[in-house]
Design a protein around this ligand. Structure first.
Ligand code: MF3
Ligand code: CO
Length: 275
């Protein structure tokens, strides 16, 4: 989501967290369906239609569609230099493309919203490393999502691993967010910041942590379509997102990459050599 001030934070009950787990899992399962079929020659509009159908078949609503009365699709398909919020289109995907698929659903009134980046076929080590490090940074952020830590601890962990250690660009204009009955709740979860800063994390806060990491400059711009965010230097960008519930000793990850990763590894058109 785009930056705005923080306001009221809504904590969830155990029962609500259980419902949100179902929402997040439906997103994971849908992204696993994508992982099964994704290949060069396919286009992202086909993926959008497939995801929308799968979500509706599971008694849920794609939450991005008509978001703010302007987002026209069920998924964001962000290829190569597109950071996030890419419109699905009919351009055939090609070998070497880096494809982030972001999907949101509403199931029983609760939102799930997460994303995964796939690599189509052969690419160079620089791209493999960017994907690997961005995924790692998501888990480093998640490790900090425990009671009495602060938002800044999550943000710092992500920035350290990506910007400080690997020299990547951490996008400033877009951040993670609280999640619940709304797609975007407070607080905002930046991927950059200082340890010990920001709101304190309390039990059963549900957040979407979503590092958006550029191989080159952190600077981005938005296309004339008003949504598509691209890197200024045209270099690739990677996006991973998990839905996470803050707990006392260890964060509970509501979404589940195991379905996606299993399908990804079984699909010979996808590159998993960075694992
Ligand atoms: N995960 C993205 C976000 O939280 C996707 C939003 S797409 C939108 O910003 F269309 F719903 F905005
Ligand atoms: Co999100």
């Amino acid at each position: 989501m785009t930056l705005r001030p923080n306001g009221m934070i809504i904590y969830k009950t155990e029962a609500e967290v259980a419902l949100m787990k179902q929402s997040a899992l439906l997103v994971s399962k849908t992204l696993a369906e994508v992982a099964k079929v994704l290949k060069p020659g396919m286009n992202t509009l086909e993926i959008d239609k497939m995801c929308e159908q799968f979500v509706r078949d599971h008694h849920a609503i794609p939450s991005f569609k008509n978001y703010k009365n302007t987002y026209p699709f069920s998924i964001c398909a962000s290829v190569n230099d597109v950071v996030v919020h890419g419109f699905p289109n009919t351009t055939p995907l090609k070998e070497g493309d880096v494809v982030s698929i972001d999907l949101g659903v509403i199931l029983n009134g609760w939102h799930g919203d997460h994303a995964y980046t796939f690599i189509l076929g052969e690419t160079n080590n620089e791209v493999l490393q960017l994907v690997k490090v961005t995924k790692e940074s998501l888990y480093k952020g998640i490790e900090k999502a425990i009671v009495n830590n602060r938002i800044g601890d999550i943000a710092f962990a992500i920035q350290e691993h990506t910007e400080k250690k690997h020299g990547y660009g951490v996008v400033r204009e877009l951040v993670g967010h609280g999640l619940g009955r709304s797609l975007h709740e407070d607080p905002q979860i930046p991927n950059y910041g200082k340890r010990g800063e920001g709101p304190k994390l309390k039990e059963n806060l549900v957040i979407a942590i979503e590092p958006m990491i550029n191989m080159g400059t952190k600077d981005v711009f938005t296309d004339e379509d008003g949504w598509t965010v691209r890197t200024k230097d045209g270099k690739p960008s990677v996006h991973f997102e998990h839905d996470v519930c803050v707990k006392r000793n260890q964060a509970l990850i509501l979404s589940d990459y195991t379905f996606i990763e299993a399908a990804e590894k079984a699909n010979t058109n996808l590159n998993t050599s960075y694992y």
